[in-house]
Design a protein around this ligand. Sequence first.
Ligand SMILES: [Zn+2]
Length: 74
Amino acid sequence: MSAWARDRASGDGETEVTFRGRGLALRSGTRLILLVCPLCSQRNAQRGAERGICEWCAYVPSPEEAEPVEAGRG
Ligand SMILES: [Zn+2]
């Protein structure tokens, strides 16, 4: 994870989410910051991440498929 992503992940009011166990994004209110694409598994560039679009395959994940990461499991 790059420095900017790590910085965002530690911020308040943002929830880490996955898409049915794939990819990684941060949900902040209605915004979705796509860090890792659930479709092609590539780490997204900052520009694409903040637009909620994969810079590699142009995939736009549906907010309805976003599920919070369960912390402390296992
Ligand atoms: Zn992708």
